[in-house]
Design a protein around this ligand. Structure first.
Ligand SMILES: N[C@@H](CCC[C@H](N)C(=O)O)C(=O)O
Length: 257
């Protein structure tokens, strides 16, 4: 059977999008998801996202990493799904949808999508890194030579090492550019390599930089391999609320396979 698909990208984090409102996609077929995401034998993407109907909200997001496994929240994927829902005529400018980590508010104007992320109330500060969950788990670590190191080797060591082990964590390396701007590179679990951008990752970096007093700003610019994102938040007694991830999300092409 032919599978109709759409391809979207958000700052270079790219996704195969499937309209599954009729429940025609076999969600148990891990190999098929991995095949569709394969850059040589399939369409090619960091992940695959299903848009489904929801009884209370505008739609439901189901996210798979490129290894074929369903995973936790994808911030850039959520932003791209909002653009996909708008392009399909499911929503107009504002929306509320459900993802694996809960209900998300979002808005879209042109190709700029603002996505509300989960509140963060636990931030583990260790000697050399910070660990927090922004819908997905993130290790955040400073890296002075950020432009010039082997992220796939160093990222994999941390992702598979203690305390994360097989379940893993995404790994973000960060360098401060100025008081409100940071450069970030991310190794993503489930892709098992560097992606050009990670939405939950830059959200984690912005909050971690604020929590560790690298910045006092509550609107942070994040430079990633695939472009620029912004994260804003309110902090109250160590709890980060009203967290928003903002940036472009674009349709690339559609096809069938
Ligand atoms: N690219 C994503 C994160 C996707 C989930 C991650 N790979 C995991 O399995 O934890 C983003 O933009 O947030």
């Amino acid at each position: 059977m032919q599978q109709e698909f759409y391809k979207y990208q958000g700052t270079g984090n790219d996704f195969v999008m499937i309209d599954n409102r009729q429940q025609t996609f076999d969600k148990t077929d891990t190999k098929q998801v991995a095949f569709l995401c394969d850059r040589r034998f399939g369409i090619g993407a960091d992940g695959l996202i299903l848009l489904e109907n929801h009884k209370d909200y505008d739609f439901k997001m189901v996210y798979y990493n490129s290894d074929g496994n369903e995973s936790t929240m994808c911030g850039n994927g959520g932003r791209c799904l909002v653009a996909f829902a708008r392009d399909l005529g499911v929503i107009e400018g504002n929306t509320i949808f459900e993802a694996i980590d809960g209900v998300h508010h979002a808005s879209i104007e042109g190709d700029i999508v603002k996505l509300q992320m989960v509140d963060v109330n636990t931030i583990e500060q260790h000697e050399n890194h910070v660990f927090l969950d922004t819908g997905s788990p993130h290790h955040v670590e400073h890296k002075d030579n950020i432009e010039d190191f082997d992220i796939n080797t160093e990222g994999a060591k941390i992702r598979y090492g203690a305390p994360y082990n097989e379940e893993g964590s995404n790994v973000n390396f960060v360098k401060k550019v100025s008081n409100d701007t940071f450069t970030v590179r991310t190794y993503e679990r489930g892709v098992e390599g560097e992606t050009l951008s990670c939405g939950t990752g830059v959200t984690a970096v912005a909050i971690a930089m604020h929590a560790t007093k690298e910045t006092a700003n509550s609107l942070i610019n994040l430079n990633v391999r695939g472009g620029e994102l912004k994260v804003s938040f309110e902090e109250d007694n160590g709890v980060y609320k009203n967290v928003w991830l903002v940036g472009p999300a674009k349709h690339v092409f559609k096809g069938s396979i």
